[in-house]
Design a protein around this ligand. Structure first.
Ligand SMILES: Nc1ncnc2c1ncn2[C@@H]1O[C@H](COP(=O)(O)OP(=O)(O)OP(=O)(O)O)[C@@H](O)[C@H]1O
Ligand SMILES: [Mg+2]
Length: 165
């Protein structure tokens, strides 16, 4: 089955692009390809001026690219602060120190209005609060590109059939 056919898309640095379309039309599939989470049966994707290769995908994911998924994908056994700090810890030796990482993560949680919720586990947070934790986590590594699936999902009624990537 063909999901995406003859796609030719260029997104300029610094721009914000929303891709909208009917449910099942292929938005999430396209995002997966652009973000290097998936590979196409033919064609190529260039990200930040570089052809996406198998080797580069993991490196890109850990640094240059941030994701906010529709279901947020927060780690249930980590607090909000620990969830936001995690990407910095995964960067390992090349990243910043533990204390600095926590300070930076706390600052981001304050920016999204969750300064008083840093010690809460995801299940104790509302859907919108979880989404804001996911946003803070996506920004913590200063990604060059942020990919977000259904960023308005929280406020979109479940019966809506159009959604943005
Ligand atoms: N893992 C999969 N295996 C097989 N087919 C899939 C898979 N994921 C999605 N599809 C199919 O690919 C098509 C595009 O799906 P996709 O998830 O990209 O749509 P979408 O535009 O993001 O939809 P929505 O707005 O509902 O999130 C659909 O027909 C779907 O059934
Ligand atoms: Mg989708």
């Amino acid at each position: 089955m063909t999901i995406l056919d003859n796609i030719d898309l260029a997104i300029e640095a610094g721009s914000s692009v929303a891709i909208v379309g009917a449910s099942g039309s292929g938005k999430s599939t396209l995002l997966g390809l652009l973000a290097g989470l998936d590979s196409a049966s033919s064609g190529s994707v260039r990200l930040l001026g570089r052809e996406l290769s198998e080797d580069e995908r993991a490196a890109l994911r850990s640094g240059s690219v941030g994701f906010v998924f529709q279901s947020f994908q927060l780690m249930p056994h980590l607090t909000a602060l620990e969830n936001v700090t995690l990407p910095l810890e995964l960067q390992g030796g090349g990243g910043i120190g533990t204390r600095e990482a926590a300070t930076h993560a706390r600052g981001l949680l304050e920016q999204v209005g969750l300064g008083k919720r840093t010690g809460h586990y995801p299940k104790l947070l509302s859907g919108g609060e979880q989404q804001r934790v996911a946003l803070a986590r996506a920004f913590v590594t200063h990604p060059a590109i942020l990919f977000a699936t259904n960023p308005r999902a929280v406020s979109t009624p479940p019966w809506a059939t159009r959604s943005s990537i």
